[in-house]
Design a protein around this ligand. Structure first.
Ligand code: NCD
Ligand code: ZN
Length: 347
């Protein structure tokens, strides 16, 4: 990494957790990711979800076709696990390089999870095969039982699901996605090298007050929901620690303004437009700008067993204002940090 007070140059990064959507909106949001990242793990929670190899191939084709002329991004596709997932289909897709990983959504945990897994034991044969072939399992780690408080759902998931799962399948390659709690950090720190976690910009910047103080603020609402300040501090420590078990995954999740500003607003924060700038602010505040490159560009590929990207990107110190709303090819979407001033800007 080259570092002067005015700019930082790092190896080109990747986004290990991204919602691109489909159709016109996808076309609108895609360039924001492509200007920063070389590759992105594309989430499969479309309606209907990406379950089969043919679905992923077609979706990948639509993404590549939607890239503007001269703009590059390699989409890494994921399979959406359901109670009926077929181990042979997943293994074939993984062997052919169509599926990079498979995503576990507990049924009804979040946006687009209605077809998710109702009981993890139902898919044990699939998970056993994934362990055997080294296919990563990406986990939305929240229980869905109505008696569990929404702020406790990640911590309870660790005890009820993750610990038993890794005790039964100790070699399973697992990414605990978008972690939000000190409990998740402790779990990842205590697990083997086959367990890693992604951390979003929003969970490094905001705690639950951002959603609830001074009025209800739907644009700060995502799942897993932001927690107390002590959890945010634990996440900042983990992300900037230099540990290769933590890497960048934005969970950028665009929803139209009208879907967010509603009596029942959707979960999801659209952070793609200034994701790197947002992470850079955190690393700078933590005195860890020298560790941004590992988190953004090295730990992810090493975990996935993929090559590091050639090429670099440069962030310059330059104040700029984040717009109140972004037009994603006809759909207005409020970006993360709307109305704020960011200190770093991608050259
Ligand atoms: C995501 C979405 O909108 O697809 N929403 C979110 O709040 N993060 C789904 C998810 O990753 O939970
Ligand atoms: Zn997500």
């Amino acid at each position: 990494m080259a570092d002067s007070s005015a700019s930082i140059t790092i190896r080109r990064p990747d986004d290990w957790h991204l919602h691109l959507r489909d159709g016109a909106v996808m076309q609108g949001v895609l360039p924001f990711t492509a200007r920063q990242f070389a590759r992105a793990i594309v989430m499969p929670n479309l309606s209907p979800p990406i379950v089969r190899v043919v679905d992923a191939l077609a979706y990948r084709g639509r993404i590549v076709a939607a890239l503007p002329e001269g703009v590059e991004l390699t989409p890494l596709m994921t399979a959406y696990l359901t109670d009926h997932s077929d181990a042979d289909e997943l293994a074939a897709g993984f062997a052919d390089g169509v599926f990079t990983a498979a995503k576990l959504y507990p049924a009804h945990a979040t946006t687009g999870s209605a077809h998710g897994v109702t009981d993890i034991r139902a898919i044990y044969p699939v998970l056993e095969r994934m362990q055997a072939i080294g296919m990563p399992l990406l986990v939305h780690g929240e229980v869905t039982q109505p008696d569990i408080d929404i702020f406790d759902r990640e911590a309870v998931f660790i005890e009820r699901i993750l610990r038993p799962l890794l005790s039964d399948l100790p070699g399973l390659k697992l990414v605990f996605e978008h972690i939000t709690t000190a409990e998740a950090v402790a779990f990842v720190d205590g697990a083997g090298a086959n367990v890693a976690a992604t951390i979003t910009p929003q969970h490094l910047h905001i705690n639950r007050n951002a959603m609830l103080v001074g009025g209800i603020r739907p644009h700060a609402y995502c799942l897993p929901v932001a927690k107390r300040e002590k959890h945010r501090l634990a996440l900042r420590k983990a992300a900037t620690s230099g540990s290769d078990r933590y890497f960048l995954g934005t969970d950028s999740a665009p929803h139209a303004v009208s879907a967010k500003e509603s009596a029942c607003g959707c979960a999801g924060i659209f952070n793609a437009p200034f994701a790197l700038e947002s992470y850079a602010a955190v690393f700078e505040e933590e005195g860890a700008l020298d560790r941004l490159e590992g988190f953004a560009s090295e730990h992810g590929p090493r975990f996935y067993g993929l090559p590091l990207n050639p090429g670099t990107i440069t962030l310059e110190r330059s104040d700029h204002d984040v717009p109140a709303v972004i037009d994603a090819n006809g759909t207005p979407i409020v970006p993360f940090h709307a109305g704020e001033t960011l200190r770093w800007r991608l050259r």
